[in-house]
Design a protein. Structure first.
Length: 117
């Protein structure tokens, strides 16, 4: 089972940028579809962005399209989430997720992102 550790969260003003990183270990990273989810206080966890293990196809939630970019570096076993033009409603705990058909899904511990207005 792959282990995931997120980093890069913090406090930023509206309109600012942050880059989240998720380092994976214990699995064949290149075989995993990777994603970012987030959970705001009092709300359910929601999908933010994903990148497939085959072809690197990406998908985004409508709420972040054009502002967030997901990417992966298979040589570094790391997936990134570049977040630009941040809004207060982006405030949440951001979780990294890894999925493979063979091993199922794994979650990271989460990293807090707070956007002040």
């Amino acid at each position: 089972q792959v282990q995931l550790v997120e980093s890069g969260g913090g406090l930023v003003q509206a309109g600012g940028s942050l880059r989240l990183s998720c380092a994976a270990s214990g699995g064949t990273f290149s075989r995993y579809t990777m994603g970012w989810f987030r959970q705001a206080p009092g709300k359910e966890r929601e999908f933010v962005a994903g990148v497939a293990w085959v072809g690197g196809t990406t998908r985004y939630a409508d709420s972040v399209k054009g502002r967030f970019t997901i990417s992966r570096d298979n040589a570094k076993n790391t997936v990134y989430l570049q977040m630009n033009s941040l809004k207060p409603e982006d405030t949440a705990v951001y979780y990294c997720y890894a999925y493979s058909y063979r091993n199922g899904g794994s979650w990271g511990q989460g990293t807090q992102v707070t956007v002040s207005s």
